[in-house]
Design a binder for this molecule. Structure first.
Ligand SMILES: Cc1cc2nc3c(=O)[nH]c(=O)nc-3n(C[C@H](O)[C@H](O)[C@H](O)COP(=O)(O)OP(=O)(O)OC[C@H]3O[C@@H](n4cnc5c(N)ncnc54)[C@H](O)[C@@H]3O)c2cc1C
Length: 421
């Protein structure tokens, strides 16, 4: 870095927002340090089967970002890393970053021997707990960085099977956590979102009824590299469902849970209806909704799916979901506002369209949350937030937001150099 170069911009979160901010900033010549807490980049988008409205695989957009990250020497990526402290002021922050060991070096060739010999299983967090992975795991099929990682918390005491099996000596089970101090001119927090905890919606049966799943779980089932290899199956018996109900606003627009609209769930459920109808043309879909919100350019997509005669829209709130223990089928009691009646119907699978909750753990204190818990856009000068941690949004709006935020960070970085001159 020359005397006239600003300190790097530090970005927290390597989802689509953080990646976008990183590549756009680095393209202007500013150095970037991208801090991601999981073992790979891509965030929640990497876990989608297809993007609405075009229904293309998310890898299209993500691969382009990964290539730009790979080809730009000005971007340093730290995975398994979290910010643990920020001091200083705009232009001259000192950021403490804790980097947990991956236990697998760049010598990894993805041969998979470590996974084959690993005796331990852990919950598959990438697949929202649907199934397990070995403690020696590849985050997912198109992960960046493309390297295995070892979850030491899941390893049996004293086990060294993976280290001994690795013919490239890529595994070091005694690697230690590092604490680094990174100089930064500006900080962009893009820590994204997490799904609302469906277990809190007791009346909707998640965790009590075997065939009640959430929208993010359905997304993973539909993915070819997911836990059911692209088939949407009932958890209780592995059967392809012939009737599926979607419960919209599962948590959202409810003062007892999330008082706001999560913005993407209506379009996501219509996308899920399209997945199911394409896979199983004989399966009928019912969507229970309060209002159908498919704003802007998503309107055409939403209307197209609703045009399908086997996608039935029922305006009304679901009061209760119960299981018939003999069959695993669900009894859904709901009101139909337009028909002015209450009914109880049988379905073979129920999908809860759970809302978006901002992921604020690890956010710099300067970014004060608003009344709904989302981060404010600007903290103290030089600290900004981007993407779904600020508000629920689909990918294109997230990308636009992150690009705008990158500009704010660039201005701050440039100001710090002209100030020094
Ligand atoms: C069911 C569902 C389906 C959807 N389908 C679509 C769709 O088809 N099309 C569309 O346009 N949008 C869709 N969306 C919306 C889309 O998922 C979001 O727009 C997108 O994920 C926002 O990206 P982000 O980078 O802000 O957050 P995220 O994707 O959540 O990424 C945040 C990243 O930050 C990391 N992180 C979190 N905390 C820390 C920390 N403390 N330190 C370091 N790293 C951290 C996370 O590990 C993650 O990698 C869907 C949403 C839902 C709920």
């Amino acid at each position: 870095m020359s005397a006239n170069s600003p300190n790097p911009v530090l970005i927290i979160g390597g989802g689509i927002a953080g990646l976008t901010a990183a590549v756009e900033l680095a393209d202007t010549g500013v150095e970037v340090v991208l801090v991601e807490k999981s073992a790979s980049l891509g965030g929640r988008v990497a876990r989608l089967h297809q993007y609405f409205p075009k229904l293309c695989p998310p890898t299209c957009g993500l691969e382009m970002h990964y290539r730009r990250v790979r080809e730009n020497a000005g971007i340093t990526v730290l995975t398994l890393a979290e910010v643990t402290g920020v001091t200083g002021s705009a232009g001259d922050y000192e950021v403490e970053v804790r980097v947990r060991p991956r236990f697998v070096s760049e010598a990894c060739t993805l041969c998979g021997d470590c996974e084959r010999v690993c005796p331990a299983e852990r919950p598959d967090e990438f697949n929202y707990g649907l199934g397990t992975t070995k403690a020696a795991y590849l985050p997912h099929g198109v992960a960046y960085p493309a390297a295995y990682a070892i979850d030491r918390a899941a390893c049996p005491e004293g086990c060294k099977a993976c280290e001994e099996a690795c013919k490239y000596q890529a595994i070091r089970l005694n690697a230690q956590t590092e604490v680094r101090t990174v100089k930064a001119s500006a900080i962009v927090a893009a820590t994204g979102w997490k799904p609302y905890d469906a277990a809190k919606l007791e009346h909707l049966g998640f965790g009590q009824c075997r065939n009640v799943v959430t929208n993010v779980m359905l997304e993973r089932m539909a993915a070819a590299d997911g836990p059911t290899a692209g088939r949407i199956l009932r958890p209780s018996d592995g059967k392809e469902p012939r009737t599926v109900a979607f419960v919209q606003c599962a948590g959202s627009r409810d003062e007892n849970h999330l008082p706001y609209c999560s913005a993407v769930c209506c379009t996501a459920s219509l996308k899920h209806a399209a997945y199911i109808r394409a896979l199983y043309p004989e399966t009928a879909i019912t969507i229970f909704y309060i209002d159908v919100r498919t704003p802007g350019r998503l309107e055409e997509f939403g209307a197209k799916v609703q045009h399908d005669a086997d996608v039935r829209m029922v305006k009304g709130k679901v009061a209760r979901v119960e299981e018939n223990p003999a069959t695993g089928d669900l009894l859904v009691t709901a009101e139909d506002v337009l028909a002015n009646r209450k009914s109880t119907e049988h379905f073979e699978l129920v999908v809860l369209a759970t809302g978006i909750v901002p992921e604020t753990e690890g956010l710099p204190a300067a970014l004060k949350p608003d009344e709904c818990g989302f981060a404010g856009k600007n903290g103290s000068p030089g600290i900004y937030a981007a993407g779904c941690v600020c508000r629920p949004a689909e990918v294109s709006a997230t990308v636009q937001d992150a690009t705008g935020t990158a500009l704010k960070a660039l201005q701050c970085a440039n100001r710090s150099v002209s100030h020094v001159r």
